[in-house]
Design a protein around this ligand. Structure first.
Ligand SMILES: *[C@@H]1O[C@H](CO)[C@@H](O)[C@H](O)[C@H]1NC(C)=O
Ligand SMILES: *[C@@H]1O[C@H](CO)[C@@H](O)[C@H](O)[C@H]1NC(C)=O
Ligand SMILES: *[C@@H]1O[C@H](CO)[C@@H](O)[C@H](O)[C@H]1NC(C)=O
Ligand SMILES: *[C@@H]1O[C@H](CO)[C@@H](O)[C@H](O)[C@H]1NC(C)=O
Ligand SMILES: *[C@@H]1O[C@H](CO)[C@@H](O)[C@H](O)[C@H]1NC(C)=O
Ligand SMILES: *[C@@H]1O[C@H](CO)[C@@H](O)[C@H](O)[C@H]1NC(C)=O
Ligand SMILES: *[C@@H]1O[C@H](CO)[C@@H](O)[C@H](O)[C@H]1NC(C)=O
Ligand SMILES: *[C@@H]1O[C@H](CO)[C@@H](O)[C@H](O)[C@H]1NC(C)=O
Length: 795
């Protein structure tokens, strides 16, 4: 085959070869390079390209060709991606083997081989081609005819040439995607499902028997030609002027073929960003719809799913309840975070699981059962009750049950129907350790809703009193711990300078909200792949000393749970006190619940459980027991996958001083306050339980607890009405306009009873958050709740 290629080259390209001959600087037989820390490479005459070793990690080197003049020295060809060379390896130009790569013990790792004899010299050309030539100017080998994943202008691929994508962004091993200019004259893109050997074509050019070459010409076009040179099909078509730009086209590790350009001059006046920019529609235009593997995971790895980015390149993501198998390679699939459902028939665990809804999502294949003419509800119940069911796909009355591992996942507007993915409610992984809940940062960040913190003079007065009491009850413990805490306080928390945060928020430009605790801005940390954050500028200096402030902040920072908004760091500089939190792309629960269209019953169940778990952790698991004091929908935020997280913990305590003058209306928060706030009684974690009870009522009914404009007088205070309905045995009335909830009436009733326990006037009667979590999950029976005192009494 190689002889065919060379023959063709010799016939077709005598001219390029002779022009190349004028610009090359020759490498003589015996020339060598050694892989070590010093840069060793052979440059092309104008220094555009270099051939040599690139360090891939500790003592591992890749023999490669790269763009020498641009900052990231993009690699365009490599020899030994599957077999990296250790420190001290050598590549040498030999008469018999051509280029030979040997390790320090002289064992051969790779060699170019030679087609023919009489090697005279080698040269790195300014086109990016590395050639081995005989004394009679016959090309005995060149890198252009053995591409790895990249092709360059002037490169031509002949029939039988295969291009292999790399394994991942930074791993040059052979990956799972390939394209081949087949001997049958067709261009075919295919994926090999690792580790199986079958292959699946995901894109093909219908040019069977006609294609002769694939050409990347100097003006930036990549196209297929016939034997007589007629253009058959354009693969990419760049419309930008390519003068003054470097170009390359690459089969990316995610399976799409993309063409890029990069300005040559650092001071290029074109306004083009420095770096590689996509200039053509990728092939295939939508890999998410084109790829489906019968055997194998699909492009993203098992249990994962595809979405298409703005650049029309795929993004792999894990569904809720799953995390990436390998955090360095998102295409490696995902694993369940939870213990799978037990198949012990006498203990079906149906209550321990919920189905999370993912719109416009499907996993092709991996189905084991299929029903037609069913309702979504039937589909849900069938999957929940079946321990083999990992997810159900519901679409137009069709219900598919899927088993693990899920394959060929995709999400996008072209998908008909929705996926219902099964996750365990009970969070077995939430422990009070620092690192157990590092969140998956892949979630798409969007604009947050408001992080309004409404409060009032009245509430603040109370907070003052309460926090004093809390403070007093903690003081003895604190003095014992303080030394220890001060030593540990900085661990895991980042301190920022004011300047840094000023820059991160572009000068406090994007305001997200304003409350009595301060003003909240959106910001971004890092330039390459910025993480969005929320920066809270605390309203006024508190009376605390620096030390106290930092100790409080670090106590908050030490909480780490997936249902708490993570405090990432703080700034304490003169007058400036700022807190930096992770960014929650879906805004507040208040907006989600009351403003937008009503979230589904199952989504609400998950939110209830999320909040209960977060609070339970704060009260019981965490090393310092923390009372939140201000649980309300405005303080519950939702992240990209709609996981609920409690925000602003500890702020009430932190900001106890100087917070007595605010003008916000009282009603917002007041509806959530436990009676003991008004009665000069000691305050315990049970105040949070009370507020949670109100929140639960709101989540059941999708309505604010206090609604003075309600048409029916009995419904002005929802909590009262909920009790009436429960008492009259008409719980169904609470959710009558909510089909999903009505069908799940057993759970609705359990939730109502739990809520009634939470809002008992006597704090001692209210269960602990841990108990409540069990009640909600159905792990314990909920006893009949006593009559709560009229809610009106506390208004
Ligand atoms: C080697 O070169 C000859 C012509 O010199 C050509 O016919 C043959 O196909 C080439 N083989 C390979 C493997 O390139
Ligand atoms: C490279 O070597 C060839 C063959 O020996 C010779 O014809 C050519 O002039 C040399 N080129 C340079 C730039 O030295
Ligand atoms: C290695 O290459 C870099 C960039 O090309 C250059 O700045 C540096 O001085 C080189 N180091 C050595 C030891 O040659
Ligand atoms: C690249 O990926 C392959 C396949 O998983 C693995 O065997 C190899 O160790 C990786 N190489 C590096 C440098 O991480
Ligand atoms: C490159 O190919 C395109 C499309 O066939 C053609 O219009 C253009 O003239 C070619 N450029 C060169 C330099 O051959
Ligand atoms: C090239 O071949 C195609 C068929 O493969 C034919 O239609 C076309 O006319 C030919 N063009 C030239 C210039 O010979
Ligand atoms: C900047 O551009 C000018 C002309 O546009 C050129 O002469 C100069 O060499 C460039 N400088 C660098 C560092 O590329
Ligand atoms: C099934 O569950 C029941 C009740 O929890 C238990 O007694 C039994 O041992 C379990 N059987 C198996 C095979 O685990």
């Amino acid at each position: 085959m190689a002889s065919v290629i060379l023959g063709i080259l010799l016939v077709l390209a005598p001219l390029p070869l002779s022009t190349e001959a004028q610009t090359r600087s020759n490498l003589t037989l015996g020339s060598s390079l050694t892989a070590n820390d010093r840069n060793s490479s052979w440059l092309s005459p104008l220094g555009e390209f270099a051939f040599g070793f690139r360090r891939m990690g500790r003592g591992a080197h890749l023999l490669a060709i790269w763009f020498e003049k641009i900052e990231d020295k993009t690699i365009v060809w490599s020899a030994n991606g599957d077999n990296l060379a250790p420190e001290g390896s050598k590549v040498q130009l030999t008469a018999n083997g051509g280029l030979v790569l040997t390790d320090p013990r002289e064992r051969e790792l790779w060699s170019s081989g030679l087609n023919g004899t009489g090697l005279a010299y080698a040269a790195m050309l300014d086109t990016g081609n590395f050639i081995l030539v005989s004394a009679s100017h016959v090309k005995l080998w060149d890198s252009f005819s053995r591409p790895t994943d990249t092709i360059l202008p002037t490169q031509r691929l002949d029939l039988g040439t295969k291009v292999n994508a790399r394994y991942s962004k930074m791993n040059y091993s052979t990956g799972r995607f390939h394209f081949m200019l087949g001997d049958d004259g067709n261009l075919v893109f295919y994926a090999t499902p690792d580790p199986y050997d079958a292959s699946d074509t995901y894109w093909r050019c219908n040019t069977l028997g006609r294609v002769f070459q694939l050409i990347f010409n100097q003006s930036g076009q990549v196209y297929l030609t016939t034997r007589n040179g007629t253009v058959l099909k354009l693969l990419t078509s760049s419309t930008v002027p390519t003068n003054g730009f470097y170009q390359r086209a690459i089969l990316e590790y995610d399976g799409v073929f993309v063409q890029y350009i990069h300005p040559k001059m650092a001071n290029s006046s074109s306004g083009w960003p420095m770096g590689w920019s996509t200039v053509s529609t990728p092939v295939p235009p939508n890999i998410c719809t084109s790829i489906t593997q019968e055997i194998g995971s699909g492009a993203c790895g098992f249990n994962s799913y595809y979405t298409l980015g703005d650049d029309r390149r795929p993004r792999c993501q894990c569904p809720p309840g799953y995390t990436p198998l390998d955090s360095t390679n998102e295409m490696n699939g995902c694993i369940q975070d939870f213990v799978p459902q037990s198949c012990n028939g006498s203990r079906p665990e149906t209550d321990q699981f919920v189905l999370r809804e993912m719109l416009e999502t499907t996993w092709d294949r991996s189905d084991y059962e299929h029903s037609t003419a069913q309702t979504e509800d039937w589909c849900r119940e069938a999957c929940l009750a079946d321990c083999f069911c990992a997810a159900a796909i519901f679409s137009n009355g069709f219900c598919w049950k899927k088993k693990n591992p899920l394959s060929n996942g995709k999400m996008g507007p072209w998908v008909d129907g929705k996926a219902l993915i099964k996750v365990r409610i009970h969070d077995t992984t939430s422990k009070c350790t620092k690192n157990d809940q590092k969140k998956n940062k892949n979630t798409t960040m969007m604009i947050i809703g408001s992080v309004l913190l409404s409060c009032s003079a009245f509430v603040n007065l109370l907070l003052l009193l309460i926090t004093y009491l809390i403070y007093r009850s903690f003081r003895s413990r604190d003095s014992k711990l303080s030394r220890q805490v001060q030593i540990n306080q900085v661990i895991g928390m980042r301190t920022f300078t004011y300047q840094e945060l000023h820059e991160a928020t572009y000068g406090f430009k994007e305001k997200l909200g304003r409350g009595s605790f301060g003003t909240v801005y959106k910001g971004a940390l890092g330039f390459e792949d910025p993480d969005f954050v929320v920066v809270k500028v605390l309203a006024t200096r508190t009376g605390e000393s620096e030390k106290e402030f930092e100790r409080e902040v670090s106590a908050i920072g030490q909480t780490n749970h997936k249902n708490l908004v993570q405090l990432l760091g703080f700034c304490n500089e003169g007058q400036h006190r700022l807190l930096v939190y992770e960014f929650m792309s879906n805004g507040t629960l208040a907006d989600f619940l009351f403003c937008a269209s009503r979230p589904s019953w199952y989504r609400r169940i998950e939110i209830v459980c999320d909040v209960a778990r977060g609070l339970s952790y704060l009260h019981e698991d965490c090393s310092r027991h923390i009372i939140h004091c201000d649980i309300k929908p405005q303080n519950i935020l939702l992240d990209g996958s709609l996981t609920a997280k409690i925000s602003d913990l500890g702020l009430a305590k932190l900001l106890m001083a100087n917070q007595t003058r605010t003008t916000t209306g009282v009603r917002g928060t007041r509806g959530y306050l436990a009676p003991e706030w008004f009665r000069n009684m000691p305050v315990s974690s049970k105040v949070d339980v009370y507020s949670f009870g109100i929140l639960l009522v709101e989540l059941i009914c999708c309505r604010k607890n206090y609604e003075p404009k309600a048409e029916i007088e009995a419904q002005i205070v929802m909590a009262d009405w909920v009790y009436d309905c429960y008492h009259n045995g008409s719980v169904l009335q609470l959710v009558e306009s909510d089909e999903e909830a009505s069908r799940d009436i057993k759970r609705v009733k359990r939730f109502v009873m739990t809520a009634l326990w939470c809002i008992q006037e006597d704090p001692a009667l209210r269960p602990t958050m841990k108990k409540i979590t069990q009640m909600l999950e159905g792990a314990v029976e909920v006893p009949v709740p006593p009559v709560p005192s009229s809610f009106m009494s506390s208004i």
